[in-house]
Design a protein around this ligand. Structure first.
Ligand code: T3D
Length: 257
């Protein structure tokens, strides 16, 4: 179905794997299109309640493919037509998305990881704001997500100096949810995805929607959003299930409805 990525569902989780390992999974325009299709597919499939994005081979993603000809390319158009729709599809998907960072995440590959809701990093993973080394600026939401995740000063340091940071450093900076040994990495990702996929998906989607909006909102607006979100969550089957399970002293079985 896809040339540059693979897409499969296992249980309630959709797995999207960037699949150009000989180029460390560098992005091409076809990969942008396929990513958007895969994300939309995961979004519309109601049996999917968590999404994992990872890379084939030893890398997560090395950013834009630098081996294609760049003569006369309008990079603004590449962003508007390729990267931006991918980031917007990820952020507006009301399901949790995990970046399973198996190896290096460089340039727009790092941006992709930042745009996900959780990052689990293998001890072998690393992160590089590689843009500066080719005279470019961070893109694909990088300048939005990075300072929000680690603060302005650290974001400036990483973006301008472009130094590689290890998975352990990324954990210390608050960039990743957890780091895991190479041997335990896939099992940990599967376990985490399964945990998320058994949670109240509607409530997770609402948390994601309104946390994103909170950055551009004042307190009164956030109070209004919380009331809107709570009305929707309060009418969900999962809320009823949570209440009944509490009263019956048993574990809830959430269905995502
Ligand atoms: O449209 C636009 O261009 C605007 C948008 C820009 C967004 C961006 O992402 S700009 C930033 C682009 N990415 C980079 O600058 C990163 C380039 N790659 C690297 O710096 C290094 O490869 C890594 C630090 C990621 C990994 O280093 P290492 O030593 O582990 O691997 P390597 O030997 O450098 O790479 C292995 C192979 O992958 C190699 O090919 P070969 O020699 O075995 O045939 C290398 O050329 C290839 N590769 C790595 N990155 C890319 C790539 N091929 C194409 N594009 C890449 N980005």
């Amino acid at each position: 179905m896809f040339e540059t990525i693979s897409y499969e569902t296992r249980g309630k989780t959709a797995w999207i794997t960037l699949n150009r390992p000989d180029k460390l999974n560098a992005f091409t325009s076809l990969m942008h299109k396929e990513m958007v299709s895969a994300i939309k597919e995961a979004n519309k499939d109601s049996s999917v309640r968590a999404v994992v994005i990872t890379g084939a081979g030893r890398a997560f993603c090395s950013g834009q493919d630098l081996t294609g000809s760049t003569d006369g390319t309008d990079y603004g158009e590449v962003l508007r037509k390729g990267y931006n729709p991918m980031v917007q599809a990820l952020v507006t998907m009301e399901k949790p998305v995990i970046a399973a960072v198996n190896g290096v995440a460089a340039g727009a590959g790092m941006s992709l990881a930042l745009a996900c809701d959780f990052r689990i990093a293998s001890e072998k993973a690393s992160f590089i704001e590689a843009f500066i080394h080719v005279g470019l600026v961070p893109d694909s939401g990088n300048l939005y997500f990075l300072p929000r995740l680690i603060g302005h000063a650290k974001a400036m340091e990483l973006a301008v100096l472009g130094e590689k940071i290890t998975a352990q450093q990324a954990k210390e900076f608050g960039l990743v949810t957890k780091t895991v040994s190479e041997e335990e990495f896939m099992l940990e990702v599967e376990t985490f995805a399964e945990k998320l996929s058994n949670m109240p998906t509607k409530a997770i989607g609402l948390i994601k929607r309104y946390l994103n909006k909170s950055w551009e909102s004042n307190l009164n607006e956030v109070l209004k959003y919380e009331a809107q979100a709570q009305k929707i969550a309060g009418e969900s089957a999962d809320h009823q299930e949570g209440l009944h399970a509490f009263l019956e002293k048993r574990k809830p079985v959430f269905t995502g409805r």
